[in-house]
Ligand binder design. Structure first.
Ligand SMILES: N[C@@H](CCC(=O)N[C@@H](CS)C(=O)NCC(=O)O)C(=O)O
Length: 118
């Protein structure tokens, strides 16, 4: 039963990945100077995710639309999984000097990115 549920979830996730591929978001274009400045800022951000997780797809879609170069780290990789005290994805890691914030909840991550980079 658990395997069936997992397979259904994985299948649905793949379907959403496919729909996202077929209907890509409209990507914001910036001039070279602006984009470089934003690329510098986004170096301090990392997105922990799972490829076929619907909440992660939704978040990655906004990242793509906002044309943000944010490193993605799959928690299916044991090494990256160990970085998180609570393995719930998506999770945005925000480095601010020595201070590191882990932001969970796709809607919060999206609101944060839209406010900062839209
Ligand atoms: N309300 C959360 C839901 C996130 C969620 O349920 N993520 C699932 C994957 S789809 C998760 O991290 N599950 C824990 C795990 O797979 O170990 C959000 O919008 O970000």
């Amino acid at each position: 039963m658990r395997i069936l549920l997992k397979a259904t979830r994985e299948g649905l996730g793949r379907l959403i990945v496919f729909a996202d591929y077929i209907f890509p978001p409209k990507i914001i274009k910036r001039n070279e100077k602006e984009q470089k400045s934003i690329d510098k800022e986004t170096k301090s951000l990392k997105l922990y995710h799972i490829y076929a997780c619907p909440f992660c797809i939704k978040t990655r879609r906004v990242i793509k639309r906002l044309n943000l170069n944010i490193e993605t780290r799959s928690v299916q990789n044991e090494e990256f999984r160990k970085h998180l005290p609570e393995v719930k994805v998506p999770c945005l890691r925000i480095e601010n000097g020595d201070n590191i914030e882990l932001m969970y909840e796709s809607n919060d991550i999206i609101a944060y990115l839209e406010k900062k980079f839209n």
